[in-house]
Design a protein. Sequence first.
Length: 335
Amino acid sequence: MKQLLLFITAFLVINATWNQTATAQRYEHFSAGFQLGTCHYQGDLDDDGFEIWQAGGSNPIQQQLFKPAFGFQLNYHFNPYMYARLAFNQGWMGAADSLNTDLARRWRNLHFKSAISEFTLQFVLELRANNDYFRYRKSWTPYIFAGVSLFHFNPMADATPEWLSYTYGNRARLFPPNSDGYELQPMGTEGQNFPQALREKYGLNEPYALTQFAIPLGIGVRIRLSRYIDLRIDASLRKTFTDYLDDVSGPHYVNPQELLTYANGNQRAFLFADRSGYANFGEGRPKSFSAETEVAFWGAYRLRNPDGTPAEIRGNPKDKDMYGFINVGITRILK
């Protein structure tokens, strides 16, 4: 991935300076357009989301990983081969262990959903071009692109029917009506809201930011429809610097008693942190929350190997999450 990124960046920079004088003066123009498509996710709830050929990978269509997306773009064509694209993309993403083909993932039973809003600046290199006015552009050409994106996300999850069916004295505060689900980041489901000394002791992460940068990489094809209109089809991914698009990084479950003590909205965080088959949400569940009464229902956290190390993995912190788009769009030359 790093080598590919360096190659594309170097290629774009070299072409940006190539034949920039006389060619640019007669060729430069603007175009604008819109696109519709899908948004796609890869992360701890599906680490083969962009690599369905991998052994054991799950089918992203079966897992419903493709969500709708749309966007708008403004392009500055300063060279027959290259242009700068400023775009806004709005998409939705999500995944659920219950749809995974891996039995261990289904037993873990996590899920999330999130809208994702992105502003992106990209440099697009068309691989076929005429060194002439835009009206003489090729009837079709493949292209590649790279750049930088600023995106905002907010992972959410739904309460289970079992949680809602119990008559807790504070149920109304825990689960007020919310058809969109409940925000996971403020809960600190992996101990992000613990005091700094406790986070350092256990090697836990700080609360993650909901607005971050990413590097977009993609390929596409442009097809000329008329003198001023083009059809564009492209597919891309965003290399992010966060492992929390899905609110899951791990590697292990945190101490539920400390979640009850320190996490914001602690009782809700206790429930959302471990939804696995090891957590008992049956009829014997106590009707109130406390460290003492919940100890028998600590789920995956209480499972230990013979040497005392945690036996269950919540996520994989070694791989960052990614998202991407598959778009079909129309652009019009503004000249």
